[in-house]
Design a protein around this ligand. Structure first.
Ligand SMILES: Nc1nc2c(ncn2[C@@H]2O[C@H](COP(=O)(O)OP(=O)(O)OP(=O)(O)O)[C@@H](O)[C@H]2O)c(=O)[nH]1
Ligand SMILES: [Mg+2]
Length: 340
């Protein structure tokens, strides 16, 4: 597992990079629980693999919205069409592309944004930012072919939009984006995007997708209990700094230098360094000293962490790991003592 936080356009994305290799698939499952949405990387020259299905099943079990990213688009024999066929065959017709490739294999240069109707071109090995140009008329047919299920699901539950869809056969862009968002959050559709990571093609488009279309933090509510051990009234917590603190530990690692490191996710409120928290599984008190953020291999101490953040804490002798308790009770694992 590797962590990375990225600030872009006044948003912060917390990434948890998990292995796709079969041997480590249990680690992937264990840490996936800290994610609110998943990007499943798929080699564009291979298509869906056994581990792709496993990760999909984990997401279903945890009720996590997900998207596919075709990687290695610049590689020989990489194919958008074949990858789509493979994904549709395994995961069904609700796997829908939001992009089409511009160029193929070594000629892969950018993506056509099917929702926003723009072309985005990239410099090979550049900074990952894009140059946008207009949507060619000749792409329209391809777009219409690919968009049918997207239109259908985006209009679902909205009678007016549904009528328009049946009348016009399309949905206007300004209605489409919120509709697509809703359908992704509700796990009705599973979008497909694409990149070449080594050549940095498609990067800005992917990050913009994450910011605009993937679930927003305020769409996640978490139920828990007011007292340790699943006792007391039920409460709801959101990714909101204004709420009482709750967090849960999703992973404990033994590091040869730093000792035991507990990784946790702040589910609501603000965690201040040095806070004393109640362990809701064991009822004990735990002091959170030297809280840290993780960027790859780098751990940096911080004064506070906010709702939605992922942090780490070393120097607590025992493992705080409490995933099972958290899952069973639905309760936040640790909650501030001052929380009433
Ligand atoms: N040409 C090309 N090479 C790529 C691309 N993505 C990955 N690679 C190559 O594949 C190597 C491994 O990529 P990773 O991103 O570490 O692959 P991974 O699937 O995360 O691997 P694990 O984390 O070990 O499961 C990289 O060092 C690159 O050389 C791509 O889009 N284009
Ligand atoms: Mg990796």
């Amino acid at each position: 597992m590797a962590l990375h936080a990225l600030r872009r356009q006044q948003r912060k994305n917390n990434f948890i990079d998990l292995p796709g290799y079969g041997t480590f698939i249990n680690e992937t499952k264990a840490s996936l629980i800290a994610a609110d949405a998943a990007l499943i990387a798929v080699d564009a020259h291979v298509g869906a693999q056994v581990t792709t299905e496993k990760v999909w099943d984990f997401c279903t079990e945890y009720d996590i919205p997900r998207a596919f990213v075709l990687t290695w688009m610049d590689r020989e024999l990489a194919s958008f069409e074949r990858s789509m066929e493979s994904l549709e065959q395994v995961f069904g017709r609700n796997v829908v592309p939001l992009q089409l490739p511009i160029g193929s294999e070594r000629g892969f240069r950018g993506v056509i944004d099917l929702v926003g109707m723009k072309a985005h071109m990239y410099t090979l090995g550049g900074d990952g930012n894009r140059k946008s140009s207009r949507f060619h008329k000749r792409w329209k047919k391809m777009r219409n072919k690919r968009m049918r299920s997207l239109w259908k699901w985006s209009a679902e539950g909205d009678d007016e939009l549904m009528e328009e869809f049946f009348r016009e056969g399309t949905i206007p862009i300004e209605d489409l984006i919120p509709g697509v968002r809703k359908a992704i959050v509700a796990e009705k559709i599973f979008p497909v995007l694409m990149v070449s990571s080594t050549l940095n093609v498609g990067t800005a488009s992917l990050l913009t997708f994450l910011a605009d279309v993937f679930p927003h933090p305020d769409e996640h509510a978490q139920e828990g209990f007011k007292e340790p051990g699943g006792k007391g009234d039920r409460v709801e917590r959101k990714y909101d700094d204004g709420q009482p603190l709750s967090l849960f530990v999703f992973k404990t690692l033994a590091d040869p230098f730093a000792g035991r490191i507990n990784y946790f996710k702040v589910k609501s409120g603000v965690l201040k360094n040095d806070a004393t928290l109640t362990d809701f599984t064991r009822g004990s008190q735990e002091r959170f000293q030297h809280i840290q953020v993780v960027q790859g291999k780098q751990l940096t101490e911080v004064g506070d962490l906010h709702a939605g953040d992922i942090g780490a804490i070393a120097k607590i002798e025992r493992s705080l790991y409490g995933r099972h308790a958290w899952r069973q009770s639905g309760a936040a694992f640790l909650q501030a003592r001052s929380d009433s």
